[in-house]
Design a protein around this ligand. Structure first.
Ligand code: NAD
Length: 485
């Protein structure tokens, strides 16, 4: 399955199978994991059945009842952050082999995931409740009381392929520091990195019964997991249509959903064009555009439109598309050939309806070249849907109000960027944009892992970001004392 050369870059135990009820397991059904770049086999993992999901959820629910003091949770998560740092090169190699990130991008993600675990450990100091103002009503006389944050119980975590480590850390870290048990169903394309992260957590000292990782298919294992009656909260990250199916299957359960994006960037009349163009190129083509924060739509003041388009198109053409492992590569493959074919067909559709191809448009296998379009009709899917590929559409405007209206004219609402030097205009635009976060003098493609993160409309339900995830994964428990007179 794995060559000696592969094993040299993999974590100490090459991950495979699944893990639940304190044991690594090999299951009757299995899924193969292939490198999207050349189709080579990278590993084999479990393809768990609904019966196996049931077994795992019951085991985690039972283990979650055992005491695990907060100080130990903090120490273990801090140790896990350190261990991940020590194994950074092995993780970057594994993530880049099974997924679509270049080695350079994978290294950056490992550093962020280690920080996410560190931030999760630090949440120990913020797991505080409050005393209740019972004296504010006559009926409260003779009583004192307070509330404390209690773990919800069992968290079902479902994650996508595009950030296969940090988005898993964003679920496991907060769930564990808050005292929960957690069952993870990673993406079909990238389960190996998730399995390796569970190894790190176990090596750091997470009680083995509290965590499970169940590779499997979304519509079978994922569905069985979110609809399980012993699951108390579903934390989902993925596309909107999968999220909608998850919400229906989960029923009346707590859910947090981080869904898709179709992020706009506004470049106003007084903006620094070169700085805006450089940031747009990085935000549109990083991770080959497979990023919920990817810059998909640019609205630029007409007076700057030609200069900006020329800058962006020239920079897009200069990007090196190729082998993920080569440090000189800027843009790797999409997650599979089908994804690249879909992106290519959306670009063709836009061109057939009048759009101008300023750069890119080429595809070979899973690789799609960075593509810049202008004159795109408002109904084209590259504007209305989430592209999730290296394609950016540039539209010019003369009235800012109209540009904000166009930016908001989408079912999504994750993040947006605005380039301008005028503070009043910047703040007015920020207030009018219907999104979870606005980046002034930057693109949509920026996130600090500690900030409240999430979107409106089809971009999500609730917020993550380490602290907000911890809040979502706890519930207030009130205790009142009737004091003897
Ligand atoms: P996806 O929706 O295809 O799959 C995500 C996960 O959901 C996978 O583990 C999959 O197996 C599972 N799944 C699919 N159908 C399911 C079902 N019916 N029941 C239970 N589980 C199910 O997404 P993807 O292609 O892996 O990732 C790309 C998508 O994720 C994009 O839309 C992107 O914007 C979104 N995303 C959002 C964020 C965010 O924080 N907002 C971050 C990263 C990715």
């Amino acid at each position: 399955m794995l060559s000696a050369a592969d094993c040299a870059v993999l974590p100490v135990t090459a991950p495979s199978g699944a893990f639940w009820a304190g044991q690594w397991r090999r299951t009757a059904r299995e899924l193969e994991v292939h490198d999207p770049q050349d189709g080579t086999l990278v590993g084999v993992v479990a393809d768990v059945t609904p019966a196996e999901v049931d077994d795992a959820v019951r085991a985690v629910a039972a283990a979650q009842q055992a005491s695990w003091p907060l100080w130990q949770r903090r120490e273990v998560l801090a140790a896990a952050a350190g261990l991940l740092g020590e194994r950074a090169e092995a993780f970057a190699g594994l993530m880049s082999r099974e997924g679509s990130k270049t080695l350079t991008e994978a290294r950056r993600e490992v550093a962020r995931a280690s920080e996410t675990l560190r931030l999760s450990a630090e949440e120990a100091g913020r797991l505080v409740g409050q005393t209740l103002p019972l004296g504010d009503t006559a009926r409260g006389a003779g009583r004192i009381g307070w509330w404390t944050p209690e773990p919800v119980g069992v968290v079902a975590a479902i994650t996508p392929f595009n950030d296969p480590l940090n988005l898993v850390a964003h679920k496991l870290g907060p769930a564990l520091i808050a005292g929960n048990g957690v069952v993870l169903k990673p993406a079909e394309a990238t389960p190996l990195t998730a399995l390796a992260l569970i190894e790190v957590l176990l090596d750091a000292g997470v009680p083995s019964g509290r965590v499970a990782v169940l590779p499997g298919r979304g519509e079978e294992a994922g569905r069985a997991l979110v609809s399980h009656p012993l699951v108390d909260l579903v934390s989902f990250t993925g596309g909107w249509s999968s999220g909608d199916a998850v919400a229906r299957a989960a029923g009346a359960k707590r859910t947090v959903m981080e869904l898709g994006g179709n992020c706009p960037v506004l470049v106003l009349r007084d903006a620094d064009v070169a700085a805006a163009a450089a940031a747009i190129v990085s935000g549109a083509f990083g991770a080959a555009g497979q990023n919920c924060l990817s810059v998909q739509r640019v609205y630029v003041h007409a007076s700057l439109a030609r200069r900006l388009t020329t800058f962006v198109a020239e920079s897009a053409r200069a990007l090196r598309v190729g082998d993920k492992a080569d440090p000189r590569t800027d843009v790797g493959p999409l997650i599979d050939d089908a994804a690249a074919v879909r992106v290519q067909s959306w670009v063709s559709e836009a061109r057939d309806s009048g759009a101008v191809l300023e750069a890119g448009g080429r595809r070979e296998g899973a690789f799609h070249w960075p593509t810049v379009l202008t004159g795109v009709p408002a109904s084209a899917r590259v504007l209305t849907e989430e592209v999730f590929g290296p394609v950016v559409s540039i539209t010019s405007f003369t009235e800012l109000d109209r540009a904000v209206q166009q930016a908001n004219d989408t079912a999504y609402g994750l993040q947006a960027g605005v380039f301008t030097r005028e503070i009043d205009t910047a703040l007015q635009a920020a207030a009018a944009l219907r999104v979870g976060a606005v980046m002034l003098n930057d693109t949509s493609d920026f996130r600090i892992d500690a900030m409240p993160f999430g979107g409106r409309g089809r971009s999500g339900v609730g917020r993550e970001g380490v602290h907000d995830a911890v809040v979502a994964m706890t519930e207030p428990k009130v205790t009142l004392v009737r004091v003897a007179a």
